[in-house]
Design a protein around this ligand. Structure first.
Ligand code: NAD
Ligand code: UDX
Length: 482
């Protein structure tokens, strides 16, 4: 029986391995993690991450050929294929701080593999890593091996799933990418991993490349996706200034088959654990290779994203007579996108911090995010969010002027304004008349995701701002926001 071990039971390791176990009943898959609470969660009825369809997949194979364990050493030693899916956050200190990928967790995983291996292994980079990481890993494994003449093959097999649609993406991926050494041993390792995916992924969707192309393709794919969002967000600012409507513009340009319709929704900004971190990493790599023009090109994608978030906050404050001090502002949605409870790098953090910085009293409702998570996020330092939680110091205090509500109407009761920051489907179906009736007047609604019909809400009486849409008369009379 082929034995797979995956180091890292997070948003990628958990769902990916669950799907491999489901599709390959003859393969034993063990997901290991140093975080005992995370593993306990995976072994319980309440999984540690919320992902539509995941419960069902785990229920079908857990205890059959899918296992979760904290015994990292034993399961790595037993496996023929070891996936490494640990976090690769942005460095917070030292060389490259604020840009470079922090490979601490990756290196510690590699050292464990070297320590405990007694047989040949295929080591698969599942985490997103800087291009050329495989070379560093090869060196660590070669120089630290304790088990005699063990041969390792390093493969790059980056993951392209998006949160909220992870199971769908894993069941039917646009492509699976496998990079390996162009040697007979390297090709054999690529074939071995390919045979796992080939159980459910059509042959023409499994791409094999050299190691560096695979590593770089992951960073490039995320940079291109994020660039699309920054492009449409940049156009959204121009739409507001000119009376064009960004939804109409996006629809018009997306009809061009060379551009395509997806990933053109203007928003308060992109969030999530990947885009910013991976672009910063790309910027750093370009700088290291002496390519400052290329670095600056990609850095601009992040700058526009930061601009979009601060533009939103400025719009809220300037519309409300240039002050939100002491005013209750309801925030609907805190997760970085719908259908996930993940808040890593969510634009809601920057928006809430901006509002609190202007002394607003913020009341947050999100169907999947707990109060503890919100409070933790709002006091955490930049880039600390992607380090494993058990390694983080406990927050000494919670964010002042922020409350979490378990109901959208409760959040909006007595508020001067509502800000929609995540596109949860339930926000489309809310009774906005009921909300309006319980708010101070004028009642403002700032839609950072274009989920409501502004004309309908204006008829109720709201003053409405929607990203990239012509502002109503009220807002047009306000001074321009920088
Ligand atoms: P995560 O933080 O959810 O999970 C990583 C896990 O690794 C944590 O539970 C941590 O405790 C564990 N870990 C760290 N060091 C360890 C060690 N030495 N031994 C055992 N366990 C260890 O992260 P994630 O979101 O699953 O991302 C993992 C990687 O995949 C990152 O490189 C990320 O960039 C990449 N990625 C993420 C996504 C996504 O949507 N989240 C998508 C594609 C790629
Ligand atoms: C992303 C990539 O899509 C995925 O391929 C990669 O493996 C991990 O990073 P993820 O971050 O989970 O996935 O979600 P994604 O759907 O890409 O959304 C990222 C952010 O962009 C979210 O905040 C989302 O709301 C925002 N977004 C997305 C927009 O603002 N507009 C869009 O049109 C699409």
């Amino acid at each position: 029986m082929v034995k797979i071990c995956c180091i890292g039971a997070g948003y990628v390791g958990g769902p990916t391995m669950a799907v491999i176990a489901l599709k390959c009943p003859d393969v034993e898959v063990v997901v290991v993690d140093i975080s005992a609470p995370r593993i306990e969660g995976w072994n319980s009825e309440r999984l540690p991450i919320y992902e539509p369809g995941l419960d069902d997949v785990v229920r079908q194979c857990r205890g059959r050929n899918l296992f979760f364990s904290t015994d990292v050493e034993r399961h790595v030693a037993d496996a023929g294929i070891v996936f490494v899916s640990v976090n690769t956050p942005t460095k917070t200190r030292g060389l490259g701080a604020g840009k470079a990928a922090d490979l601490t967790y990756w290196e510690s995983a590699a050292r464990i593999i070297a320590d405990v291996s007694r047989s040949d292994k295929i080591v698969v980079e599942k985490s997103t890593v800087p291009v050329k990481t495989a070379e560093a890993i090869e060196k660590i494994l070669a120089h630290n091996s304790k088990g005699g003449n063990i041969r390792y093959q390093i493969l790059s097999n980056p993951e392209f799933l998006a949160e909220g649609t992870a199971i769908q993406d894993l069941f039917s991926p646009d492509r699976v990418l496998i990079g390996g050494r162009e040697t007979p041993e390297g090709r054999a390792a690529v074939a071995a991993l390919k045979s796992i995916y080939a159980r459910w992924v059509p042959d023409d969707r499994i791409i094999t490349t050299n190691l560096w192309s695979a590593e770089l393709s992951k960073l490039a794919a995320n940079a291109f996706l994020a660039q699309r969002i920054s492009s449409v967000n940049a156009i959204s600012a121009l739409c507001e200034a000119t009376g064009a409507d960004v939804t109409e513009v996006a629809n018009s340009i997306g009809k061009d088959s060379r551009i395509g319709p997806r990933f053109l929704s203007a928003s308060v900004g992109f969030g999530g654990s990947c885009f910013q971190k991976d672009i910063l990493n790309l910027v750093y790599i370009c700088e290291c290779y002496g390519l400052p023009e290329v670095a600056n090109y990609w850095r601009q994608v992040i700058r526009i994203n930061d601009y979009q978030k601060s533009r939103f906050v400025n719009r809220v404050v300037s519309s409300m007579f240039n002050t939100v001090a002491g005013k209750k502002v309801a925030v609907l949605g805190f997760a970085f996108k719908k259908d996930t409870g993940d808040t890593r790098e969510t634009p809601a953090i920057d928006v809430c911090k901006g509002l609190v910085g202007d002394k607003a009293v913020v009341s947050i409702y999100d169907p999947q995010v707990t109060e503890e998570q919100v409070q933790r996020d709002l006091v955490m330092n930049k880039f600390d969010w992607d380090h494993p939680r058990h390694l983080q110091p406990m927050s000494p205090s919670s964010a002042k002027h922020v409350a979490v509500s378990w109901d959208a109407y409760e959040a909006a009761r007595g508020a001067h304004a509502v800000c929609i920051l995540t596109e949860w489907d339930e926000f489309r179906r809310l009774d906005y008349q009921r909300m309006y009736d319980a708010m101070h007047k004028p009642a403002f609604l700032f839609d950072g995701r274009n989920v409501v019909d502004p004309d309908k809400l204006r008829r109720i009486g709201f003053v409405v701002y929607s990203i990239g849409k012509p502002p109503d008369h009220w807002l047009r009379d306000m001074p321009a926001v920088a």
